[in-house]
Design a protein around this ligand. Structure first.
Ligand SMILES: C[S@@+](CC[C@H](N)C(=O)[O-])C[C@H]1O[C@@H](n2cnc3c(N)ncnc32)[C@H](O)[C@@H]1O
Ligand SMILES: *[C@@H]1O[C@H](CO)[C@@H](O)[C@H](O)[C@H]1NC(C)=O
Ligand SMILES: *[C@@H]1O[C@H](CO)[C@@H](O)[C@H](O)[C@H]1NC(C)=O
Length: 245
């Protein structure tokens, strides 16, 4: 397994087992499904498109399904997209495409999602579902290293034109993804950053735990960053919403 996946596995295993007083953070499709309050939230608010349901069930067969975004979190981000009339979005770390599909479905006909994913296995799982939902023309899958794709978009003169970016790839590059996203996004555009609580381990992170150290440093940087307004939400594994000023 790659280092990225290993980090994910270790980090989110804590969520699954509820270790570390972080049982309040959970995903509805993994550890959180045993939480009656989270169950209540999902039972009484989730409106999942039938193809999203199929894609979620297909993804749960994959050994890395814990990486998939929680459905209630994806729905929240889709609603943010509706709220700001977003027509241009980027997903940094697509995996099997659950959130990419959810964003595309929330956009009007002229909407476009650029989806960055390095692993062809995941791209191959995702694409048939995009087609089945009838939104394959709205989704531009960039099968490449995410940073290269972001630089290519900036190089093509698209800085300041995006409405929404979801950062959910390798944690090591989060700060760089954030800076590139700020460049690509317009004023009033939203950058959503996933896993900012890292199962609660960002609280007094262990000095040897570089991922938690890095996420904690980024959280503290954003808190002071006058280029944005922000909220840090206890949804899924922690979600920061940064709105460009
Ligand atoms: C947490 S998963 C994304 C989950 C997805 N956002 C969803 O809605 O289900 C992270 C993904 O980022 C991909 N990834 C990791 N490093 C990457 C990189 N440097 N460039 C592009 N993709 C990368 C991984 O292969 C993995 O599929
Ligand atoms: C949620 O719905 C499931 C399936 O209908 C049901 O088994 C469960 O008891 C419900 N839980 C809550 C808290 O509403
Ligand atoms: C979004 O579009 C609707 C209808 O086209 C418009 O009424 C509304 O003001 C727009 N909202 C924003 C935030 O631009």
């Amino acid at each position: 397994m790659t280092d990225i996946k290993l980090l994910f596995c270790v980090g989110l295993a804590v969520v699954l087992t509820g270790v570390g007083k972080s049982a309040f953070i959970g995903k509805s499709h993994s550890g959180g499904k045993d939480d009656p309050v989270l169950q209540y939230v999902v039972n009484n608010s989730l409106r999942e498109h039938p193809v999203l349901t199929k894609l979620r069930l297909r993804t749960l067969e994959d050994q890395w399904s814990i990486m998939m975004v929680a459905s209630e979190q994806a729905q929240f981000m889709a609603n943010l997209i509706r709220l700001i009339n977003a027509t241009k979005a980027i997903e940094i770390g697509m995996y099997t495409g659950y959130n990419t599909l959810s964003m595309a479905l929330a956009m009007p006909e002229n909407g476009k999602v650029v989806a960055c994913e390095i692993e062809d296995t995941y791209v191959n799982i995702a694409k048939p579902f995009f087609k089945e939902a009838g939104v394959e023309d709205k989704i531009d899958v960039r099968h490449d290293i995410a940073m290269k794709t972001l630089d290519a978009l900036i190089g093509a003169g698209e800085a300041g034109t995006y409405d929404f970016v979801f950062i959910d790839a390798d944690k090591f590059n989060y700060d760089r993804y954030y800076e590139k996203s700020l460049e690509l996004i317009r004023r009033g555009g939203i950058i959503a950053i996933d896993n900012v609580l890292w199962s609660g381990r960002v609280v007094n992170p262990d000095p040897s735990d570089l991922t938690s150290q890095g996420l904690d440093a980024l959280n503290k940087k954003l808190h002071k960053d006058q280029r944005i307004d922000l909220s840090m939400l206890i949804v899924g594994d922690g979600l920061t919403i940064a709105i460009k000023r």
